[in-house]
Design a protein around this ligand. Structure first.
Ligand code: PNS
Length: 164
């Protein structure tokens, strides 16, 4: 039985995240979407909101579960019995950071990481950019799932809007 972890901050989940989760689910018997409890940057959505959004977005994938962790990712991987971490790579600029983390995780606990190339249509997407655009009243349609778009609208309602 091969189990993978798809970890991240998911603040908020984008269509790019969902695409990587769906494609990972085609390759592994079980997938745990691992939501970090304390992202390095202050989050727009709390852990419960991020977890609930991901649960709602993965109901069509019966062998995908959503969990959360704090502390080391490798400890959570071992606790879950996951043999592999899967991360999306959008561009070369992702690589430096991701390879460092992958090698550290390998060194720490012999947990391997596989990189999945982002679908080109989603290769420019990031949660940070999505939050910036949404907070300034721009449209993120087609970049995040509808329920995330709604959550962003609620989160940033009352902020300035210039409709770009
Ligand atoms: O969505 P992100 O921000 O790319 O996710 C990063 C995440 C959560 C996977 C990474 O920050 C992480 O693994 N955090 C847990 C802390 C940890 O294990 N650090 C050592 C590995 S380098």
């Amino acid at each position: 039985m091969h189990k993978a972890l798809c970890p991240g901050s998911f603040d908020p989940p984008t269509l790019g995240h969902l695409d990587v989760i769906e494609r990972t689910a085609q390759l592994f018997d079980e997938v745990v979407v691992a939501v970090v409890a304390n992202p390095e940057k202050a989050s727009a959505f709390d852990l419960e909101q991020r977890t609930q959004m991901l649960e709602a977005l993965t109901t069509h994938l019966p062998h995908v579960k959503v969990g959360s962790f704090s502390g080391l990712l490798v400890d959570y991987a071992l606790e879950q019995g996951a043999s592999c971490i899967v991360k999306g790579l959008r561009a070369v600029s992702d690589f430096d950071y991701e390879i460092q983390q992958a090698q550290m995780n390998q060194q720490l606990a012999d947990v391997d990481t596989m990189f999945m190339a982002a679908r080109p249509a989603y290769s420019f997407l990031s949660s940070s950019l999505i939050k910036q655009v949404a907070s300034l009243g721009g449209s993120v349609t087609g970049q995040v799932p509808a329920l995330v778009e709604e959550a962003l609208r609620a989160r940033f309602s009352g902020r300035s809007s210039h409709g770009c």
